[in-house]
Ligand binder design. Structure first.
Ligand SMILES: Nc1nc2c(ncn2[C@@H]2O[C@H](COP(=O)(O)OP(=O)(O)OP(=O)(O)O)[C@@H](O)[C@H]2O)c(=O)[nH]1
Length: 298
C-alpha cells in the first residue's frame, strides 16, 4: 500500500539557545553539536547570532559576525556595549534576507542557534522575536532552549527572579520553550545546602514555601504584598518548569534532547516530508534515538 504523506515542503528543525550572560550557552552549543553528530548521527549545524561571541569553541556554519559586530558598531556609532548589541539585532532584523539566504544554502540539517546573553533582547525588545517569527512562517520548527544558572536556586529571591525572567521570556519570544537549569553538576554537589529537594526547583512546586522565606527575609519582608503578587502571577500562569543540564554528561544532554524534540516536533518526523509511518512509529514506541544511544553507549 502506498504511504500516505503529509507534505511539509521546506521543513527545518532546530533550537534557539538563549539565556543570561555566563549561563552556559556557548558551552552547551558546542557539546550538543558534537553529541548529536557523533552519538546520534544527526546532521547538524551551528548558527552564531551573537555579534560579540569571541570564544566560540565550535565552527559555525553561519556567523552574524560576517554581517555586523558589536565592536564595529561601538566604534562607528560611538555606542556602549548594550546599545551596540541592540543595534546589531535591529540590523539583523532589517537584513533578514541575508540570514535567509545563508540558511537556504544549508540543506537537510538540524540547526542550533547560539544567541547573545542580554536578557532585554528576549523580555522586551522585538527584533529577535520578529526574526524567529518570520522563520517559523517559512517552515522552520524551532524551540527556545532557555538556560539559567542553577546557582540561583540557592537563594529564594534569586529563584523568584529566575522564574519571572523565564516566564516573561516565554511570553515574549512565543516559540515552543524548554527552560533549563544549567551547571546541574554544581547544584547536585551542593544539594545539601538547598532549602528544598531538587524536584521543588525543577517542577516549581508549591511556591508558598518560598513566599514564607521571602516574608521572613531581612531585606524582602517589607515587600510582603509585592512578593505575594509576584509569586501569585507565576502560579497563575503555571507555565514554568525546568530540565536540569550538566553539559559534561551525555545522559543529561540526552534527557534535554528528548524535551526539545517534543517541543519543536522533531520526534514526529524530520526532513522535508513527514510520513504517516513515522507518526505511527512514535505512537507505538518504535526504537528511538535515545534507545539506540542506550544500547550503543550505556
Ligand atoms: N560546572 C559547569 N560549568 C559549566 C557548565 N556549562 C558551562 N559552564 C561554565 O560556565 C562558564 C560560562 O559558560 P559559557 O558557555 O561561556 O556561557 P555563555 O552563556 O555562552 O556566556 P556569554 O557568551 O557571556 O553569554 C564557562 O566557564 C563554562 O565552562 C556545566 O554544565 N557545568
Amino acid at each position: 500500500m502506498a504511504l500516505q504523506r503529509i507534505k511539509k515542503a521546506e521543513s527545518h528543525f532546530g533550537q534557539v539557545v538563549i539565556g543570561p550572560p555566563g549561563s552556559g550557552k556557548t558551552t552547551y552549543c558546542a557539546k550538543v553539536y558534537n553529541f548529536y553528530k557523533d552519538k546520534l548521527n544527526r546532521k547538524v549545524e551551528i548558527v552564531n547570532l551573537d555579534p560579540a561571541n569571541e570564544n566560540m569553541n565550535y565552527t559555525p556554519k553561519i556567523d552574524i559576525m560576517q554581517l555586523v559586530t558589536v565592536e564595529d558598531v561601538m566604534k562607528e556609532l560611538n555606542l556602549g556595549p548594550n546599545g551596540a548589541l541592540m543595534y546589531c539585532m535591529e540590523y539583523l532584523e532589517q537584513n533578514f534576507d541575508w540570514l535567509l539566504n545563508q540558511l537556504t544554502k544549508i540543506k537537510d540539517r538540524y540547526l542550533i542557534f547560539d544567541m547573545p546573553g542580554q536578557v532585554e533582547l528576549f523580555t522586551h525588545h522585538t527584533s529577535i522575536k520578529d526574526v524567529f517569527g518570520r522563520l517559523e512562517k517559512l517552515g522552520y520548527h524551532l524551540c527556545a532552549v532557555h538556560l539559567v544558572d542553577s546557582h540561583y536556586c540557592s537563594d529564594p529571591p534569586k529563584f523568584i527572579s529566575t522564574l519571572l525572567l523565564s516566564l516573561s521570556t516565554m511570553l515574549q519570544i512565543g516559540l515552543p520553550h524548554v527552560n533549563v537549569l544549567s551547571k546541574a553538576d554544581l547544584l547536585k554537589k551542593n544539594a545539601s545546602k538547598l532549602d528544598f529537594g531538587l524536584d521543588f526547583y525543577t517542577d516549581v512546586l508549591n511556591l508558598d514555601y518560598l513566599l514564607e522565606m521571602l516574608d521572613d527575609g531581612p531585606f524582602t519582608k517589607k515587600f510582603k504584598k509585592l512578593n505575594g503578587a509576584l509569586v501569585g502571577l507565576i502560579q497563575d500562569y503555571s507555565l514554568v518548569g525546568f530540565v536540569l543540564l550538566d553539559a559534561k554528561s551525555d545522559r543529561s544532554l540526552l534527557e534535554l534532547k528528548s524535551a526539545v524534540d517534543k517541543a519543536n516536533g522533531y520526534i514526529y518526523g524530520s526532513g522535508e516530508e513527514r510520513s504517516i509511518q513515522t507518526l505511527l512509529s512514535c505512537a507505538v514506541g518504535a526504537r528511538t534515538e535515545s534507545e539506540r544511544f542506550d544500547s550503543d553507549y550505556m
